[in-house]
Design a protein around this ligand. Structure first.
Ligand code: CUA
Length: 367
């Protein structure tokens, strides 16, 4: 009569192994997936520590409870002619043990959480920089109030080792600011400005995302955090503070004309030196699209749905007055059909391929 139990266990062992192996397999998918377990700053580091602590506590509980359960199932299973087992209902000792023991574990997790919460308030660094992250549907705007109000989109540039005080602002729905390897999630709530303080210790580019459902394109509300040395950051910031350069290239100049034409791009987008006098131009507040003053220095479009201009990517280069590889050029594809790549977004334009070539030339010149 013992056979079915062991045959059942064998099958479960098989199922568990398959699940375990396939999870390992899927874990290797997509090297663009950021992980909270690769922290590159003190905030994500403390949060990762709390995760490991909770995991250890939970594992102890899981192994003890499931081990006891499996032991009891095997050891005390019904055999032919076994008498009714001894009943322990109302046993005070047992009831006290299984009330006190779980409470101890839960208090341990609570203590770890509170300890981490206080730790997250005390981030120190070589300086302090205030930035404003504005959640739009569906892209991120980044402003630098202390640096002449530089306004950019999709990519947050920060200096390494500096405490970044991020004011989280939304005038539409609730979003959530999250850079898994640098800092945990904080909600971006209309009418209630939250602040996230963090520091990034490793140079490089890190993926951020919106972590709160905010509409159909929530999943396409990504951004990059680029961590630079202080010197590199200063160069970047002083470049961004300038008005847009006027290109001498004929095609780019045609592109600028299209940009400025009535009912065109300027209804939503601003370029300092073209349709805005400065980043603080009052007109800027009425523009719903990203500020494009230094668009050519960025790589992400529309919350990261498309990319362009990465080192080595020549697909958007202009050859004989045309984009070299339109199918691979992110800006070209975006201007050709914004709704194909991000259905429901606010940008609706109709431009001919000839106009797109000129616009790409112009936008790329905005370094
Ligand atoms: Cu913004 Cu989800």
């Amino acid at each position: 009569m013992r056979m079915p139990l062991f045959r059942g266990m064998k099958r479960w062992a098989m199922i568990i192994s398959v699940v375990f192996l396939s999870s390992l397999l899927f874990a290797s998918c997509g090297d663009n997936s950021p992980s909270i377990l690769n922290p590159t700053g003190p905030v994500a580091g403390q949060e990762a520590n709390l995760f490991w602590f909770t995991l250890v506590v939970a594992t102890i509980v899981f192994v003890a409870v499931e081990g006891w359960l499996i032991f009891s199932i095997v050891r005390f299973r019904e055999r032919p002619n076994t008498p009714q087992p001894k009943q322990i209902q109302g046993n005070n000792t047992v009831e006290i043990i299984w009330t006190v023991l779980p409470s101890l574990f839960l208090f341990a997790v609570l203590a770890g959480t509170i300890y981490t919460m206080f730790g997250l308030q005390n981030v120190t660094g070589s300086g302090r920089l205030e930035v404003k992250a504005v959640g739009h549907q569906w892209w991120w705007e980044f402003d630098y109030p202390s640096l002449g109000n530089i306004t950019t989109a999709d990519t947050l540039y920060i200096p390494q080792g500096t405490v970044i005080q991020t004011d989280l602002v939304s005038n539409n729905v609730i979003h959530s600011f999250w850079v898994p390897s640098i800092t945990g999630k904080t909600d971006v709530i209309p009418g209630h400005n939250n602040t996230k303080v963090f520091r990034a210790d490793t140079l490089g580019e890190f993926r951020g995302e919106c972590a709160e459902y905010c509409g159909t394109q929530h999943a396409n509300m990504n951004f990059s955090v680029v961590v630079l040395t202080q010197a590199e950051f200063n160069v970047w910031a002083s470049g961004q503070q300038q008005a847009a350069l006027s290109s001498t290239d004929t095609l780019a100049q045609q592109g600028q004309k299209i940009f400025k034409s009535t009912g065109g791009c300027t209804a939503c987008h601003g370029i300092v030196g073209v349709n805005l006098t400065s980043y603080t131009d009052p007109k800027a507040a009425g523009l719903v699209g990203p500020n494009l003053t230094h668009f050519g220095s960025r790589h992400l479009i529309a919350g990261g749905v498309l990319e362009f201009g990465r080192p080595g990517d020549t697909s958007c280069d202009i050859v004989n007055g045309q984009v070299k590889d339109p199918a691979k050029c992110g800006i070209y594809q975006w201007l050709l059909d914004t709704q194909k790549y991000k259905p429901g977004n606010d940008m609706v334009i109709t431009v001919t391929p000839t106009q797109i070539n000129a616009l790409v030339a112009y936008l790329e010149s905005l370094k």
